[in-house]
Design a protein around this ligand. Structure first.
Ligand SMILES: Cc1cc2nc3c(=O)[nH]c(=O)nc-3n(C[C@H](O)[C@H](O)[C@H](O)COP(=O)(O)O)c2cc1C
Length: 251
């Protein structure tokens, strides 16, 4: 089994140390697991120019020809993904933000459905909750059906507390168990509604979102042949009809 760890810090410091600990806990259970590290700081990713080409007309039209698709392919190729970042002033460092911006089209056309994601955030104590919430929200919008969150307070004057070490062990084992079973999470009503909103958005503005129109053309109830029950799918359908009516009435 392969796990890809996307490392968002501009240095190899606390966050790497924490992820190495997670790796050690995983290998203690299953020494055959392979953890591949992608250090964004060592990866050629030009700053997003805000041209909208990827979102509107297709990611292959991004003006930058650099390592973005290699990084995303490493994630696609893995059975599970770790997204790890320090918290800088309540959010992620610019390096991680640029990666997220460069892959913004994934919020429109998500792809990572068959694998879980572990979000790891370190800080001196502030901003952990905000940064975890931000990153896990993005990862959900990229398609990961489940995200596990691990926030680690790492003050330079203190080592890892026994409680933190126990939390790292527990989370690593939980993540490994999810990776092993493959992600079988059933989409919730909100996921189904969000799918319909994105598809509706594409249909409403075909001129600006031709890549989305193509992406959603063969998708009915959800991004994947739906594992959600008839009741939830029906509720999401009613929701979409309501939105269409409201839009018709207001435009
Ligand atoms: C520019 C910058 C901003 C930071 N902002 C915060 C902050 O708002 N709150 C906090 O508790 N720690 C903050 N930190 C501390 C880091 O989040 C913390 O040291 C983290 O573990 C560093 O991880 P790294 O060694 O992997 O880069 C900041 C550090 C830097 C360099």
């Amino acid at each position: 089994m392969k796990i890809t760890a996307i490392m968002g810090s501009p240095r190899k410091g606390n966050t790497l140390d924490a992820v190495r600990k997670i790796e050690a806990e995983i290998l203690a259970v299953d020494p055959t697991v392979e953890v591949n590290y992608v250090f964004l700081k060592d990866t050629k990713l030009e700053p997003c120019r805000g041209c909208f080409a990827c979102i509107g007309r297709g990611e292959e039209l991004c003006p930058h020809k650099d390592a973005l698709s290699d990084v995303l392919n490493t994630m696609l190729d893995a059975d599970g993904v770790i997204i790890a970042s320090p918290s800088y002033v309540q959010s992620v460092p610019a390096l991680m933000k640029n990666f997220i911006d460069r892959a913004a089209y994934l919020c429109h056309r998500p792809v990572f459905f068959d694998k879980p994601c572990l979000v790891v955030v370190t800080s001196c104590g502030g901003g952990i909750k905000e940064t975890l919430t931000y990153l896990s929200k993005i990862m959900r919008s990229w398609g990961f059906a489940s995200t596990l969150n691990l926030g680690i307070m790492m003050h330079p004057a203190m080592g890892y507390s026994p409680k933190t070490l126990a939390n790292i062990r527990r989370t690593a084992q939980q993540f490994l168990a999810t990776v092993r079973q493959g992600d079988k999470t059933v989409p919730g009503l909100l996921d189904l509604m969000q799918f319909r909103m994105m598809r509706f958005n594409a249909q409403m503005d075909q001129k600006h979102f031709p890549a989305d129109v193509l992406f959603y053309a063969d998708k009915n109830d959800y991004y994947l042949p739906s594992r959600a029950g008839a009741l939830k799918s029906g509720a999401a359908r009613v929701f979409e009809k309501l939105i269409v009516r409201i839009m018709d009435a207001t435009m």
